[in-house]
Every structure is written in C-alpha cells, then in structure tokens.
Design a protein around this ligand. Structure first.
Ligand code: PFF
Length: 456
C-alpha cells in the first residue's frame, strides 16, 4: 500500500542530509572535468543555455519521478517496480539500472583511482619543473602501468565500500554532509586563484560568451546527454536514495535543489578551470589531459601551486567518492533487500564484482588488455558506451513513462504532496513535462546516440 512502510529500513535523518547525498551522487568527475570541457567546445554560453533548459525541462522531471518511485515503494531500484506494479515487466528498468551501476563503477572507479595517484604525486611534489610534454608522459606512463592504477582503484573501491558499509545515516549521510560543503569551499578557493590571474578574462569569455553559430543538432543533443549523466539519472540511483527520504520531505523541491547544486558546481568548476587554462596559454580541448596534465602544469607555474594542485585533486577525489558511494548503494540495497543477505555481505560481494570488472577496464586503457576488442571497442569503451549512452537514456525514458502513465495519478499526487501536506500547485505542469516533454526529449537523444537519427 502506498504510504505504508513495508519493511524496517535505514533512512536519511535530515533534509540537508538528503540533498547532500543526492547532490553528492550528481556532482562528480562529470561536472568538474567533462562539463567545462563540453561547454568550451560547444559554443560556450550557447551550450550553457541549452544545458540549463534541459536540466529544467527534462532533468528535474526525471529526478522527481525517480524520487516518487523510490519513496512510494520504500524499496531498492528493482524491488520498487515489483512493489508498485507486481507481476509486470517494469522491474526490468531496475535490472538495467543495476547493470549500469556495475558498468559505470568499473570505469568511473578507474578515473577515481587516478585522482588518488595525483593526490599522492601532489603531496610529494611530483609535478615540479615538468614541461607539458613531460606531464603528458607522466600521465600516459601511469595509466598504462600494469599495477599502479589497479592499486589505486582497489583503494578507491575499498574507501567507497567502507562508507556504504556504515549505512545510510551513519555512512552516506554523515560523510556527504561534510564532503559536499568542503568541495564547494575548495572550488571557491580555486576560483579566487584562477580569476585573479592576468588574462583570466579570456577564459571567462570562452566559457560564457554565447556563440550560437556553433550550435548544431548534435551539440544540443550532447547538452541533453550531459545533463542526464551529470544528474545521475536513469539508473535507479535516485530511486534508491528516494527510498530513504522521509515521507514529510517535498520531493519536487528536493529535485530542484539537487539539480541547482549540480549545475552550480559544474559552472563553478568551469570558472575555476578556464581562466587558468587561458592565462597560461594552454589548449582548452585536451580531453583526459585537461585535468590530469593541464592542472598540474598550470598550478606548478604559479605561487602556491603546490597547495592548489593538492587541493584540486582532493576536490576531484571527493567529488568522485560521493558519486561512487551512490553507485555502490544502488547495488547493495538491491542485493541486501531482495536476497535477504546482510549489508556487509552485499557490500563485499558487489565490491568484488566491481573490482574484477574495474581491473579489466583499467588494464584495457593502454595496459595489457589494450588490444583486446569487442565490437571494435576495448573493455572500457564497451562498458562506457553500453551504460552511459544506452542504458541511462533508455532507463530514464521508461521511468518517466512509468510515472506518467502506469503508476496512477492518484498515487503519484499523494507522493508529491506528501499525502496532502503540500498544495502541489505545480503538479499539472510537472506531469505535463513527465508525460510528454521528457520522454520525447530523451527519445531524440537516444535515437541519435544509437545512430538511428542524425541531427548534426
Ligand atoms: N553524476 C556523476 C558525475 O557527474 O560524475 C556520474 C554518475 C554517478 C552517474 C552516479 C550515474 C550515477 F548513478
């Protein structure tokens, strides 16, 4: 029955805890490296305008839908669908989500491990006096080393498992409540450093000046894809976190606040990175190297560089950690609830599977498995494409269809208004977005990604 807690579960203790945890999931490597890079390469401010429109028209409705499903069912990403629509195939959405969580964690954990190596290098001043070419070499040598990236990856997975093991309130909520504000503080420090450099204005122009001539169909679609990945949508993360939200919390406003936090941090990351990139005359479109090569290069050339490099990589690691926590929680919640095993066992087994998949990913990135290809992609590329490009958009599409058409308006409204506690004046607008705008928007992106439609 809607509104009745079916089983005794852990939950978030405060509204701030909910927002910190969900924003922690959303804010990650996607915001701090990929978002500035995409903005810079896709018309700056013009890309930003589309990104913002998509966050509002599609991201917020999908996120609210996930919260509704999770809190209504009070269950994990698969159990929620089974509970709301028993005997129907909707639970397959959850299965896709769990699969995506394993895959994303595998490659995401690899990059997350790199952040630890870079903290380590920063501590021992390992970037000092190095030219951009030497820093590139250092990066390439590290990522293709047969053991080093694997060791850091294992450590990162263990860190994530430690937090998840401690539970929702005493682990996830406790740590994200500290880590998220810390992250904001670190970005603000970096911004002050970056925008006060001579020539910083060029970087800000690059980031914010709208150049609509660069807008094509594919740019618009990549803005939508970025919004999707950045907000952690389409794979049950937000369903799972939604299931820990107190019945009195307003789900719509929570989704809005989390989306604002995610978008704000992405923009702030851009403001921290681009002025420095331009001030030192570095090419802004360096892909992976933008963070791992350019940042050490920039910061070691300026006063206080040792300190700023160190905090930058701590920031990146923190952002990645609060995201991997959410990826693991989706899986652990599923195994512990559906198979009635302890949280400890669920965490251990899931982490081991992630580890095996993750090590394969890492070794396929320039290491011993670099030449091993499936469908023309290495293991990393295959897992990234299948999860981020296929499973997330598909999951998000089915989630809005589920809430819009299958769950029942009465049940959705009860959840949105917290059984009538809130007036819910915006519900008709939200439901219009959930039923029509979001599914159509996502479907267009998805068709473009799998190549059935070509806008650009
Ligand atoms: N939103 C994260 C980022 O921008 O880095 C990535 C992510 C985390 C995607 C968790 C999906 C997820 F479930």
């Amino acid at each position: 029955m809607a509104g009745i807690t079916p089983n005794k579960r852990d939950s978030f203790g405060s509204k701030f805890g909910v927002i910190a945890a969900a924003a922690g999931s959303a804010v990650g490597l996607g915001n701090i490296w990929k978002f500035p890079y995409e903005v810079g390469n896709n018309g700056g401010g013009a890309f930003l305008v589309f990104y913002l429109i998509f966050v509002i028209l599609i991201g917020i409705p999908v996120m609210t839908s996930e919260f509704i499903i999770g809190r209504n069912a009070q269950r994990n990403a698969i159990g929620s669908f089974k509970f709301i629509k028993p005997g129907k195939p909707w639970f397959l959405i959850g299965i896709m989500g769990i699969g995506a969580a394993f895959m994303i964690f595998a490659f995401y954990g690899s990059v997350a491990g790199w952040t630890l190596e870079y903290i380590f290098q920063a501590v021992k001043n390992g970037f000092a006096e190095k030219s951009p070419a030497e820093l590139t070499d250092q990066f390439d040598t590290f990522v293709s080393h047969p053991l080093r990236p694997v060791i850091w990856q294992v450590i990162f997975i263990a860190l994530t498992a430690g937090v998840v093991l401690a539970g929702v309130k005493n682990g996830i909520e406790k740590y994200t409540k500290i880590l998220m504000p810390l992250l904001l503080v670190i970005i603000l420090i970096l911004i002050i450093r970056s925008v006060t450099l001579p020539g910083a204005g060029e970087g800000l122009k690059f980031l914010f000046k709208p150049d609509f001539s660069k807008i094509t169909g594919s740019v618009i679609l990549s803005a939508l894809g970025q919004a999707f990945f950045s907000l952690s949508l389409g794979m049950g993360t937000i369903i799972t976190y939604g299931s820990y939200i107190n019945k009195k919390n307003n789900l719509g406003s929570t989704a809005i606040q989390v989306s604002i936090a995610d978008t704000l941090i992405a923009i702030l990351a851009g403001v921290a990175i681009f002025p420095a990139v331009f001030a030192f005359g570095i090419n802004p479109s360096q892909g992976e190297g933008l963070v791992f090569v350019t940042i050490p290069n920039i910061f070691q050339q300026m006063p206080g560089g040792y300190f700023f490099t160190l905090i930058f990589f701590i920031l990146l690691a923190v952002a990645a950690l609060t995201s991997t926590i959410s990826l693991l929680e989706v899986i652990v919640a599923y195994f512990s609830e559906e198979y009635k095993i302890s949280r400890k066992k669920a965490t251990l087994y899931s982490s081991l599977i992630i580890l095996v998949l993750g090590v394969l990913c890492t070794l396929s990135n320039g290491g011993v498995l670099a030449e091993f290809k499936i469908f023309g992609r290495n293991i990393w590329g295959l897992l990234e494409f299948t999860s981020a490009d296929i499973l997330l958009p598909l999951g998000g599409l089915f989630i809005v269809i589920f809430v819009g058409f299958a769950m029942g308006s009465k049940r959705v409204k009860e959840e949105l208004t917290s059984q009538g506690t809130f007036k819910g004046k915006l519900i008709p607008l939200l439901m219009f977005l959930v039923r029509f705008i979001a599914p159509i928007g996502i479907a267009l992106v998805f068709l473009n990604i799998i190549g059935l439609l070509n806008f650009g």
